[in-house]
Design a protein around this ligand. Structure first.
Ligand code: SF4
Length: 396
């Protein structure tokens, strides 16, 4: 989405008929009575896939718990998001890109990814995708994709609705646009409001956009599998303002790596029903409960905090505080966690460094002890050297 905030959200996973009634009721109980489910979106899915070991996030997202509200109720509100000004600017840029029947957007797609096809003229189709509810809109989008592929003409789908099953729940996703090429290829278009200066944009922002687009590609592939002649492009089009102007420019972004990583990680996610079944009866994340009750409920679900959570999850401050309080080495970063093997707490790592004792069969403790000895020797040598230099410089 051009505003760079959470993309439009339209899924109500817990109320989907795909879930058995008991699971729906259980998830509704976890949210709290009269709390509507928070829809999932592509950015949340990309972040979920970036931390597949976190059962806490999987459960909360799968149950439709609003993590922003939960974080505030816990006393650790999330501190990321976009200013209203940036949102308005992004929306106005997206409207400009899609203006005039999407002529400029189609031109950019043709220029960057349209090799071999006739240029899109005034005859490009822009089907009406309006329908009731996310399921209706997803069905309408699937029909429009089928018709456009069969027609073999340039077609622009503005804010189509795509369905993707995540951790046992269907999520409905809304990309900025999907373009159908005359040869049956489908291209995801992401419109962002960060600038592309001299043909390149901030690598971190492009990476986040690529991960988000990869989720759309996966959702589109599900529909394309049922259609003859349809093919989902693994190169997406990123449209941004050119330099410091409001004019659109674009870049083709290969999302094959992001797609395969996201697919693998989404498949590994623990199913929501298994996570919910492991929780005690009566546990709830209802924001009406006290902060202590909520903290207890949150603590009942295993988490896997890493500093990367700070940029991706609303509960990051709460989880960081708990991870630090418990002395978990994950709070120091995934690379540190990986290097420390079976030593999962700072206390255990310090003890291993001092004594060399650690979990049986894990060489990390001995390596740490060796490193600690080398460090102590280096410090001693430096101290001796400094004393000698001070002695030599002394005039008395
Ligand atoms: S902040 Fe907490 S809940 Fe969110 S992904 Fe990280 S560990 Fe999981």
């Amino acid at each position: 989405m051009a505003d760079g905030t959470l993309p439009r959200v339209s899924s109500y996973p817990p109320s989907s008929p795909a879930q058995p009634t008991t699971l729906r009721q259980r998830l509704a109980g976890l949210r709290g009575p009269a709390v509507p489910p928070r829809p999932l979106d592509a950015r949340a899915l990309a972040a979920l896939a970036a931390n597949p070991g976190c059962g806490r996030r999987t459960l909360l997202d799968g149950a439709g718990v609003d993590k922003t509200v939960l974080a505030s109720a816990l006393g650790s509100p999330a501190a990321f998001g976009q200013s209203q000004f940036a949102i308005v600017r992004g929306n106005s840029f997206e409207a400009k890109v899609k203006g005039d029947g999407g002529a400029e957007l189609l031109r950019l797609v043709y220029e960057h990814l349209g090799a071999g096809a006739e240029p899109p003229g005034r005859g490009a189709l822009v089907p009406d995708l309006a329908a009731a509810g996310p399921e209706g809109r997803a069905a309408r989008t699937a029909l429009a994709l089928r018709e456009a592929t069969a027609a073999g003409t340039w077609t622009l789908l503005d804010h189509p609705m795509l369905a993707l099953e995540v951790a046992g729940s269907p999520a409905y996703l809304e990309p900025d646009a999907v373009v159908v090429h005359p040869d049956g290829r489908w291209t995801v278009v992401e419109i962002k409001s960060f600038p592309m200066i001299d043909g390149s944009a901030d690598a971190a922002k492009v990476g986040a956009a690529a991960r988000q687009a990869a989720v759309y590609v996966l959702a589109l592939e599900k529909t394309a599998r049922k259609l003859t002649g349809a093919e989902v492009g693994h190169t997406v089009l990123l449209v941004c303002p050119k330099d410091f102007s409001n004019l659109p420019t674009a870049s083709a972004v290969d999302v094959r790596r992001e797609r395969s990583v996201t697919l693998r990680q989404l498949e590994r996610l623990t199913r929501v029903d298994e996570l919910a079944a492991a929780l005690p009866e009566g546990l709830s994340f209802d924001p009406e409960r006290t902060a202590e009750e909520l903290a207890e409920a949150v603590a009942a679900v295993d988490a896997s905090y890493a500093p990367e959570c700070l940029a991706a999850c609303e509960l990051a401050f709460h989880c960081r505080e708990r991870a630090r309080a418990a002395g978990e080495v994950t709070s120091l970063g995934r690379s540190v966690r990986g290097e420390l093997g079976a030593l999962t707490t700072v206390e255990a790592a310090l003890a291993a460094a001092a004594s060399g004792a650690g979990p049986e069969g894990d060489p990390t403790a001995e390596a740490l002890h060796h490193a600690a000895r080398l460090r102590a020797e280096a410090l001693r040598s430096a101290e001796v050297l400094r004393s000698a230099e001070e002695g030599a410089a002394c005039p008395c």
